[in-house]
Ligand binder design. Structure first.
Ligand code: SAM
Ligand code: SF4
Length: 332
């Protein structure tokens, strides 16, 4: 049965999910994420080595983290990123290791990824039309991404989640097409509200499409059945496509106060801990790490940051430059 409103999900806030950006570099230039000319890349020695990341992530696990998502920039452009994922997969205490990628290099890395033990993938794809994809990402790589998704499916990645940033006048006429894709293929199509992030971002309220509107549009095409949210799911509201192979996810970063159930922390490639995507308050873990800090000292810093995690981002009073660090340097 199509429920009459967005499904509600639990409100408890257990901080168990860490997103780790392993690079600020990217092979695309998505209009909502990066300026056309890119952003100055961080100096190599500012970026944490994999050994440093693994040590920090081990400390986060001691602090209660159970799920790690590797992100970027584009994580697959950093050398040996698949090895890092494999090592995380082996880390005691971690229950889930996932990757968010733009899919451009998936054809090259999908088989190795599968071998490394990682089976959960989020792939960003904002349009099913090649020319439009090229306009949004400023690169002509649509065929590579689609081939990567097909390969991932044939290799048995499960789940495959497709992230779609919805923008009015850009791709909002494709909600039905994406719904049909979720009907035909076993993918979870995740519609993400367009967020005002990054100093060079030209976020425009007129382009904003709420999850509620997306839900209502989908209901013209078919039926959805709410799914229960799991402990590690975070704020997405998920639905099964009735009589279909896949699912729909709605991520209402702006229109809904999901702060009270936000279970995530973010670690940037240069070793800064962010407790809220929309707050520029950062705690440097790189400094104490490189100055020989013990695990206990790092854990104390992490615990203090969690204690001070904002209760809400207040973005319902939307400011065009909600946070100054570029999205490609945070990892979404
Ligand atoms: N490069 C990878 C990718 O695109 O999947 C990983 C990093 S990207 C920053 C992570 C996610 O953030 C992507 O799904 C992207 O669409 C989303 N994202 C970036 N900027 C956004 C914005 N302004 N509003 C909403 N989502 C955004
Ligand atoms: Fe790159 Fe991902 Fe940002 Fe697009 S959204 S520019 S693929 S980091």
């Amino acid at each position: 049965m199509m429920s009459s409103q967005l499904v509600s999900i639990p409100t408890a806030r257990t901080i168990n999910y860490l997103r780790v950006s392993i690079t600020d570099r990217c092979n695309l230039r998505c209009c909502y994420c990066m300026p056309e000319g890119g952003v100055p890349v961080m100096p190599h020695d500012e970026i944490l080595s994999y050994e440093e990341m693994l040590r920090l992530i081990g400390v986060f696990v001691q602090g209660g983290i159970r799920k790690v998502r590797i992100t970027g920039g584009e994580p697959l452009v950093r050398k040996d990123s698949v090895d890092l994922l494999g090592r995380l997969h082996q880390m005691p205490g971690l229950e889930e290791v996932t990757l968010t990628t733009n899919g451009v290099l998936l054809k090259e890395f999908a088989a190795q990824l599968k071998k490394s033990g990682v089976s959960r993938l989020n792939i960003s794809l904002d349009s099913l039309k090649p020319e439009r994809f090229a306009r949004i990402t400023r690169r002509d790589r649509f065929e590579d991404v689609v081939a990567g998704i097909h390969l991932a499916e044939s290799l048995g990645f499960d789940p495959i989640k497709i992230n779609v940033v919805m923008m009015r006048g850009v791709n909002d006429d494709e909600i039905g097409d994406f719904f049909r894709l979720a009907k035909e293929r076993p993918y979870q199509i995740r519609f993400i509200e367009y967020m005002p992030v990054g100093a060079a971002n030209s976020w425009d309220p007129a382009q904003f499409v709420s999850s509620k509107e997306i839900y209502e549009t989908i209901s013209q095409f078919g039926r959805l059945e709410p799914l229960e949210a799991g402990m590690l799911d975070g704020p997405a509201r998920c639905y099964r496509v009735v009589e279909g192979a896949g699912q729909i996810g709605l991520i209402s970063a702006l229109s809904d106060h999901f702060c009270e159930r936000c279970n995530r922390l973010r670690l940037t490639a240069d070793g800064q801990l962010r407790t809220c995507l929309f707050s520029d308050a950062e705690v440097s873990l790189k400094a104490p790490l490189r100055q020989g800090g013990s695990d206990e000292e790092l854990l104390d810093l992490i615990r203090l940051a969690i204690k001070n995690k904002p209760k809400g981002h207040g973005l319902q009073r939307v400011r065009p430059e909600a946070c100054l660090r570029q999205m490609s340097r945070i990892g979404g």
